[in-house]
Design a protein around this ligand. Structure first.
Ligand code: 5GP
Length: 211
């Protein structure tokens, strides 16, 4: 059993949006610039795609193992996405937050909503494609899916966009560079929030009035 209680010191940054919006590309570009930020590696029951590595892209597990991880309360959240299961390993995320590292979760909308319920102090960012036409082009150009799977992803992208109101921020991914700059601005602003800095101003004011 993994504990639920943590001292939330790093920032939990949840990034989601429709498949094909470019979340993965934006996250990777952000992480290249911010080496101290950790990307949570999810567990999935889907098969690896070409070039994907165990423990880097995902932890690839069969359904029986995934089920036993659910029973052992090892997930911060998990969801069924396109016929496969995906989950965020709780211990990994908590360990890094406690050390003061920001942690990015690149997860689907169902997962983000579950995290939001338990961690209101998380920062929830929705990545939008510049247009639906561009979204379809990106899904097709991956070349890793069957035509049926492409259609399924494209249709659910329409539905997913309705959840945008559940998020704190929206970032349109028209250029990766601009999207990363916006996420940097969001992270900076979040870290300056008064409710995240109670200790700081208590310390500064501790001595009272000076001459
Ligand atoms: P893909 O199969 O393309 O890698 O991912 C499919 C979807 O699953 C994406 O929207 C991705 O963000 C989401 N996903 C990846 N990891 C997790 C996770 O741990 N939890 C949830 N809820 N969704 C995830």
């Amino acid at each position: 059993m993994v504990k639920n209680k943590i001292k939330k010191e790093g920032l939990l940054i949840v990034i989601s949006g429709p498949s094909g919006a470019g979340k993965g590309t934006v996250c990777r570009a952000y992480l290249r610039k911010h080496r101290e930020t950790i990307l949570s590696v999810s567990v999935t029951t889907r098969s690896p795609r070409r070039g994907e590595k165990e423990g880097v892209s995902y932890f690839f597990r069969d359904k029986v193992t995934f089920k036993s991880m659910i029973e052992n309360d090892e997930f911060l959240e998990y969801a069924k996405v396109y016929d496969n299961y995906y989950g965020t390993p709780k211990e990994y995320v908590f360990k890094h937050l406690e050390k003061g590292h920001d942690v990015i979760l690149e997860i689907d909308i169902q997962g983000a909503l579950k995290v939001k319920k338990n961690f209101k102090e998380g920062v929830f960012i929705f990545i939008m494609p510049p247009s639906m036409k561009e979204l379809k082009r990106r899904i097709v150009s991956r070349g890793t899916e069957t035509p049926e799977a492409i259609m399924k992803r494209f249709k659910s992208a329409y539905d997913e966009i309705n959840y945008i109101n559940e998020y704190n921020y929206v970032v349109v991914n028209d250029s990766v560079e601009k999207a990363v700059a916006k996420i940097e601005a969001i992270v900076t602003a979040e870290k300056c929030r008064v409710d995240r800095n109670r200790d700081l101003y208590t310390n500064i004011c501790e001595g009272g009035l000076c001459e």
